[in-house]
Design a protein around this ligand. Structure first.
Ligand code: HEM
Length: 157
């Protein structure tokens, strides 16, 4: 945290005008909104909601938006953190948020390696494969909801 705060990024965030933090925070929220707004739709579909909507259509529209949202949130988040990184030392919500993000990302890795995920749009899935996707959807929903909630609460500690 000390290194991050003293980095070029930390200096740039603090010394480049009074609006910098506010604008980067806005970008962070737009990233979070894109990520969470799209991932919730995908997760609920994997959990079995809106079964009449074809899974390939949902995957094709939500995954690019979620990826863009995550990259935007991560890049802007590092800038926010660098501004006053040492102030967050001991903040319990940060210690909840980052592991939750890590679990969300690991779930993406596991999900995308599953044969059932790769088979979407190519063949009918078995009941067992639908259950597998539902578990991944549940883990995803829980981890991103935890990350958003802890992220929002960081500032109140
Ligand atoms: C490397 C990734 C990330 C870093 C370093 C990061 C860091 C930060 C920091 C430093 C803040 C400001 C806390 C404050 O003082 O109020 C913040 C706010 C927030 N973050 Fe992140 N974040 C990251 C990714 C994410 C992701 C992926 C999500 C959502 C899933 C998220 C959700 C939020 C929310 C909801 C806020 C509150 C914004 C507000 O109320 O103004 N962050 N983040």
């Amino acid at each position: 945290m000390v290194w991050l705060q003293g980095s070029v990024l930390g200096h740039a965030m603090r010394e480049s005008g009074v609006w910098t933090y506010g604008v980067v925070n806005l970008v962070h929220i737009l990233g979070v909104a894109s990520l969470f707004g799209s991932i919730v739709v995908l997760d609920l579909r994997l959990l079995g909601v809106w079964r009449t909507v074809a899974l390939p259509s949902i995957v094709g529209t939500t995954v690019p938006v979620a990826t863009f949202g995550f990259c935007t949130a991560a890049l802007s988040g590092i800038c926010l953190l660098a501004t006053n990184a040492t102030e967050y030392i001991g903040n319990p919500f940060l210690l909840v948020k980052f592991p939750a993000i890590a679990v969300g990302l690991m779930n993406v890795l596991v999900l995308s390696s599953l044969p059932s995920w790769k088979a979407i749009g190519h063949r009918e899935l078995s009941r067992r494969e639908h259950r597998q996707l539902a578990v991944a959807g549940g883990v995803s929903f829980t981890s991103w909801l935890t990350a958003v909630s802890a992220g929002r609460l960081i500032g109140y500690w």
